[in-house]
Design a protein around this ligand. Structure first.
Ligand SMILES: CCCSc1c(F)c(F)c(S(=O)(=O)NC)c(F)c1F
Ligand SMILES: [Zn+2]
Length: 261
């Protein structure tokens, strides 16, 4: 139904505002994070991640990214603390990446992009009954953003890249049980936090962003496996390699970025 959004010239980020006017809103994501302009806030405590390995369900290609979904029927896997008033339940994680190493992340740091960015999406199940309801509420979602930079192989990322051949085409999905995303975290959980939005349509302004200062390291070979994925379905004629599925930084407007200590 209707013309769907994408990352191409005609249907990419610069065109999204036509169908999603909030694209020009006051709390859009991603942003360029300028560390020197972030406010250190001593009231910002540490974040706590309690991820239970047995809540992962499946890995799939939704035509925009590769997504690992979790069972969010209880509080087994949650993020809490930091800027959050409640625990937020882990719903899914996915990645954004480029076609070369110097760009591919969504947030940038003092104008510098990374090769990729991992998003762990959580929702406020204390205040809202469903993910869908939370996804449209100003404090409904908490997304943990982790930068990926190029270097040596990541010890655990192979668990994801080994499964990518099974979800090459849009609409494909396969079991992915027993994966604990804790293995994708850097050693240090210092972060920047600000109020923003989804970075893909419908671009809801419902995200409390928590972006980790420390990146994780993956190899070019591992990241190259993500580029074997296709935006298009198996039956679609033209081959559409999945890459450059990132939105560029948006205006900060009247927002403050805070920094944990
Ligand atoms: C209602 C969307 C379904 S869940 C989801 C998602 F699939 C997604 F891709 C992003 S993102 O904007 O791309 N990255 C932050 C999200 F924020 C999400 F919450
Ligand atoms: Zn994302």
């Amino acid at each position: 139904t209707g013309h769907h959004w994408g990352y191409g010239k005609e249907d990419g980020p610069s065109a999204w505002h036509r169908q999603y006017p909030v694209a020009k809103g006051n709390r859009q994501s991603p942003i360029d994070i300028i560390p020197d302009e972030a406010r250190r806030d001593s009231s910002l405590g540490p974040i706590f991640l309690k991820y239970d390995r047995c809540t992962s369900l499946n890995i799939s290609n939704n035509g925009h990214s590769v997504v690992v979904e979790f069972n969010d029927s209880d509080d087994r896997s949650v993020i809490q603390g930091g800027p959050l008033d409640n625990p937020y339940r882990l719903k899914q994680f996915h990645f954004h990446w480029g076609e070369k190493g110097c760009e591919g992340s969504e947030h940038t740091v003092a104008g510098i992009g990374y090769a990729s960015e991992l998003h762990l999406v959580h929702w406020n199940a204390v205040k809202y009954k469903t993910f869908e309801e939370a996804a449209t509420a100003p404090d409904g979602l908490a997304v943990l953003g982790i930068f990926l930079e190029l270097g040596d192989d990541h010890r655990w990322l192979h668990m994801i890249t080994d499964a990518l051949y099974m979800v090459k085409f849009k609409g494909s999905s396969t079991d992915f049980k027993g994966f604990n995303p804790k293995c994708l975290l850097p050693s240090n959980l210092h972060y920047w936090t600000y109020l923003g939005s989804l970075t893909t349509p419908p671009l809801h302004e419902s995200v409390i962003w928590i972006v980790l200062k420390e990146s994780i390291v993956v190899s070019d070979k591992q990241l190259g496996m993500f580029r074997l994925l296709q935006f298009s379905g198996e039956e679609d004629g033209q081959r559409m390699r999945m890459e450059n599925n990132f939105r560029p930084p948006q205006p900060l407007k009247e927002r403050l970025v805070r920094s944990s200590n």
